[in-house]
Design a protein around this ligand. Structure first.
Ligand code: PBG
Length: 332
């Protein structure tokens, strides 16, 4: 019997003692890996729970600033701010997205004033601002690409002007990364990063988020299939990523997270660029719901899911679990 086989090789030897398991761990989750998505609403001293995301709320700007301070205190490097817009202010073209005084821009200014060193990320997409809930402008039943890209450029510049550090286009229009890079540079924002949702799938896992931002009309359906990717495809994701990188993306996002770890792993291996996983609202809701029923150990499932992203190649993770995970990590 040659070495390398049982009984000379016993794989369990390295697992027998806690010190050895700890010493030989290949991957590690750190608070430095976490990005915390937060929802903002109008008003003062207002907190509105998101029913389908237990533990997650929409905060008025003053309360959001407190959340940002908490992020900083926990050592979380960055937050992502998503607005829930008053339905009366929405229209077909998502006009308000390009207004530098809109809710998200005001929120960014307030956060940057209170926490200048905290990384602030803003989504670029029209869905919080359109009355139909699509990420782009609707004309005769079609989400029109090029006109939408022009609107996204206005939105990106407003957000960068407000102090946003990272612009994150999540709309999946063609050509938007290059267009946004150009307008940012023209506006003097050469150092504002672009974190592109390069591989974003038309997913059933976004439902709770759409409730949170008040864009639920499309929840669960495949209404975004003309721009978000088909879950059946993997090569197409590599093509999307290569285009966004060529257009100037600094960081790419794979979204959703857990059902798409193969895409993440492949992207990291093929491109060797900063890759971020988005553990989306539905993934959070699943773990929360199951743990509320005592069907699984919520903390354990949370940490295992986050470690899985690291193992698959994520450099950072957008997750609603960020503060809970940070607190657990701090305990050691
Ligand atoms: C908007 C956007 C969505 C999410 C992030 N940005 C929803 C969508 O594309 O329909 C989903 C995030 C989540 O589910 O947590 N374009």
């Amino acid at each position: 019997m040659s070495r390398g086989q049982y009984p000379a090789t016993r794989m369990r030897r390295n697992r027998m003692k806690a010190f050895s398991r700890r010493m030989l761990a290949e991957h590690k989750l750190s608070v430095d890996d976490l990005i915390w998505p937060l929802f903002v609403i109008k008003g003062d001293d207002t907190v509105e729970p998101v029913t389908s995301m237990p533990g997650v709320s929409r905060h008025s700007i003053d309360r959001l600033v407190t959340q940002a301070q908490e992020a900083e205190a926990l050592g979380i490097p960055a937050i992502a701010v998503f607005p829930s817009i008053d339905p009366a202010l929405k229209d077909n073209d998502g006009t308000l997205a390009g207004d530098g005084d809109n809710l998200v821009c005001r929120a960014v200014r307030a956060i940057k004033q209170a926490c200048p060193k905290l990384g602030v990320i803003c989504d670029v997409a029209l869905d919080p601002f359109t009355d139909h809930g699509h990420d782009g402008i609707l004309r005769d039943g079609e989400i029109v690409n090029d006109e939408t890209v022009a609107a996204l450029c206005r939105q990106a510049v407003c957000q960068a002007d407000a102090g946003c550090d990272i612009i994150a286009p999540s709309d999946m229009m063609d050509g938007r990364v290059a267009a946004i890079r150009d307008v940012l540079d023209d506006a003097g924002h050469q150092n504002v990063q672009i974190m592109s949702y390069a591989a974003k799938y038309a997913s059933g896992f976004y439902g709770p988020f759409r409730e949170a931002v008040g864009a639920s009309k499309l929840a669960g359906g495949d209404g975004k299939a003309s721009y978000q990717m088909n879950p059946a495809n993997s090569d197409e994701a590599m093509h999307e990523i290569s285009l966004d990188l060529a257009e100037g993306a600094d960081i790419i996002i794979i979204k959703p997270g857990m059902p798409y770890l193969d895409i993440l792993s492949r992207a990291k291996a093929e491109f060797g660029v900063p890759c971020v996983a988005y553990q989306v609202s539905g993934e959070y809701a699943m773990i929360k719901a199951a743990s509320a029923n005592n069907w699984l150990d919520g903390e354990r499932a949370m940490m295992e899911s986050l470690l899985g992203f690291k193992r698959a190649g994520a450099d950072a993770i957008l997750t609603y679990f960020a503060p809970d995970a940070a607190r657990l990590l701090a305990k050691g």
